[in-house]
Every structure is written in structure tokens, then in C-alpha cells.
Design a protein around this ligand. Sequence first.
Ligand SMILES: Nc1nc2c(ncn2[C@@H]2O[C@H](COP(=O)(O)OP(=O)(O)OP(=O)(O)O)[C@@H](O)[C@H]2O)c(=O)[nH]1
Ligand SMILES: [Mg+2]
Length: 191
Amino acid sequence: MDIIVGQKVAPQVIFAGPMGVGKTTAMRAVSGPEKVEMDVRSLEVTQMMRALGKTTTTAGFDYGECSLPDGRQVVLYGLPGQERFDLMWDLLTPGSAGIVLWAFGDRADGGMTCEMWLRALSRRQTPTRLAVAVSRLGEARREEGLQGFAALARRFHPHAAVLAADPRAPADVMRTVAMVLAAPSARFLAG
Ligand SMILES: Nc1nc2c(ncn2[C@@H]2O[C@H](COP(=O)(O)OP(=O)(O)OP(=O)(O)O)[C@@H](O)[C@H]2O)c(=O)[nH]1
Ligand SMILES: [Mg+2]
């Protein structure tokens, strides 16, 4: 199949969230061969990137197509996490059926960064579905951690689904995509 970026043959789900959280990783975990990546070598390698062994960053967007276990086809777009590429955020979010916001569950500033993203996504005027996928939440503090992210997410979206997910695990990513598509659509709130 030829790739026609922007085709409307399937619901489109956006992967959003901060740099290094795992948007490109999640895309790779579930996409078939029809995918596009726009990662470039990062000039700046932060301490966090070094710890992750991450040397590239998405400068445009990721595009992938995945088949859910029930056979539905979904088109996935991954946004660049760095704010200097935020033109892509406003370009890609308006047409989507749902947004998965990936968040760091293991960082002190994880909630604050998630709030910054929710505020940026709330620029979208039309209703959409939202799921907040929290990565790196250890088993011990999973419930407590998810409650905090759920309270935050609902300030910005009345029907946000909130779950723990590992972007490296195909089953987790599939579940996240299925959950966002099952969630009710609504307009973003001012927060
Ligand atoms: N230890 C650990 N590493 C993870 C986890 N999730 C993702 N990673 C790693 O974190 C890195 C994420 O990198 P990317 O997928 O490029 O991140 P991104 O969100 O696309 O980043 P930008 O495109 O730069 O915004 C990868 O090296 C993953 O293997 C996790 O739950 N635990
Ligand atoms: Mg990326």
C-alpha cells in the first residue's frame, strides 16, 4: 500500500507528550510496515537522554498504521515533544478522533509537564477523546500515581481515560489506543 499522509481511511489517534516519554517508541511498538519517522540526531544530549540511551528526537512527526486486536485499523501520529516544534501540534491535532497524552510517572515534574501539555492541547476547539497514559509507574505507587493524574486530566477534559502503560509493550499501547477510542468525546475545558 502506498502511504498517503493525512488520508482519512481510519480514525486518527495522536500521541502527544514531553520529549523522551516514548511517543516514537510506542509508535514503533504497534505500527506495521507503513510508517514514517522524522527523527534527527539531537544537537543537545541531556542527562535524561543519556540515561535512556536516546540520541535522536522527532523534528516533524511520526506516522504509523496499526490493527487493533478486534481488526479495526487506526492511523497514528506522534508529535514532536520539543516546544520549538509546536507548529506540528496545532497542525495535527484538529483532525484526530482521539489524543493519547503520554506522561512520566517517575519524575517529580511529571504532573507539571502533563499540565503544560493539557493546556497546549486545550487550544483545540472541537470535541475529541483523551487518554492520559502514564509510563514508568512502579507497581507500589501505581494507584496513588494514577489518582493524581486522573484529577489533573479531568480538570481539562470531563471524560479523560487515565491508565498506566509502557510504550515499549505492544499490548499496553494497543490497550491505550482502544481505550481512547472508547472514551466519550468532549470539548477541552480551560483547566
Ligand atoms: N526504562 C524505561 N525506559 C523507557 C520506558 N518507556 C520508554 N522508555 C525509553 O525512553 C526512550 C523514549 O524515546 P522516544 O520514544 O524517542 O521518545 P519521544 O517521546 O518520541 O521523544 P521526542 O520525539 O524527542 O519528543 C526510549 O529509549 C525508550 O526505550 C519505560 O517505561 N522505562
Ligand atoms: Mg519522538
